[in-house]
Design a protein. Structure first.
Length: 232
């Protein structure tokens, strides 16, 4: 399994996240690699990640010279991933990679396994926006997914290679699911634990709403065009 960890200004989180991820994957007896993608952090995230990588031979650290966006960081990680299964999650320690244990039986019969947050630990306003966004995406793309933006997704490499991801921002989560739906991928969902952020600050803002709505419209048009049928 290739694990992609996008990180932006997570100097207090990236070290413990690398250690916890390596421990979980070893416990699950998975041949693995951990790909940390620093997206132009202005703190010590890159330095800390490289320091930990020196102690964990299966950790690879990549860096964007400047901030290119969450989606761009994930796409960089995907382009480097070499294993048969590809998984990504955030580096903020709000998820436990150990929850992959319940995903492994599902990926045997599915192309994509999507997490949904149990007892979500986010500010109430963000949770309300997420509730509305899930329903908007469901209508726009005819997708029945409980938690579109849950950053806990496992997919088969051959499935990932069939979709051409373009998003540079947080819309990457929606794009993955919409493209998977277009390709008629077999999709499963499973609940994952979600923890309060203990360090650092989120980069998601309410001001992202307008840009995200615009992205939904553009994506819907692109996936509805005749050229997009080559994806399936």
């Amino acid at each position: 399994m290739s694990v992609v960890l996008p990180a932006l200004n997570e100097e207090a989180n990236i070290g413990p996240m690398i250690e916890a991820t390596a421990s979980a994957l070893t416990r699950l007896d998975l041949d693995h690699e951990i790909i940390v993608v620093d997206d132009g952090s202005t703190d010590s995230t890159l330095t800390v990640a490289r320091s930990h990588a020196a102690s964990f031979p299966r950790v690879v650290v990549l860096s964007h010279g400047s901030n290119r966006g969450y989606g761009a960081a994930i796409r960089t990680g995907f382009s480097t991933a070499a294993k048969d299964l590809v998984f990504y999650t955030d580096a903020d320690r709000q998820f436990d990679v150990g929850d992959l244990e319940g995903f492994l039986p599902l990926i045997a019969d599915h192309d994509l396994v999507i997490g949904f947050r149990i007892d979500r630990n986010d500010p109430i306003v963000r949770s309300i926006f997420s509730w509305g966004y899930n329903r908007l995406v469901g209508l726009a793309f005819r997708i029945q997914v409980r938690d579109v933006n849950c950053a806990f997704k496992l997919m088969r490499r051959e499935a990932l290679e069939r979709i051409q991801l373009q998003s540079d921002d947080f819309f990457i989560d929606t794009e993955i699911i919409a493209a998977a739906r277009k390709c008629n991928f077999r999709i499963a969902q499973r609940g994952v634990r979600h923890y309060p952020r203990v360090a650092g600050t989120t980069t998601v803002r309410a001001s992202d709403t307008v840009r995200t709505l615009r992205s939904v419209l553009v994506m819907r048009k692109r996936l509805s065009s005749p050229a997009s049928r080559t994806l399936g």
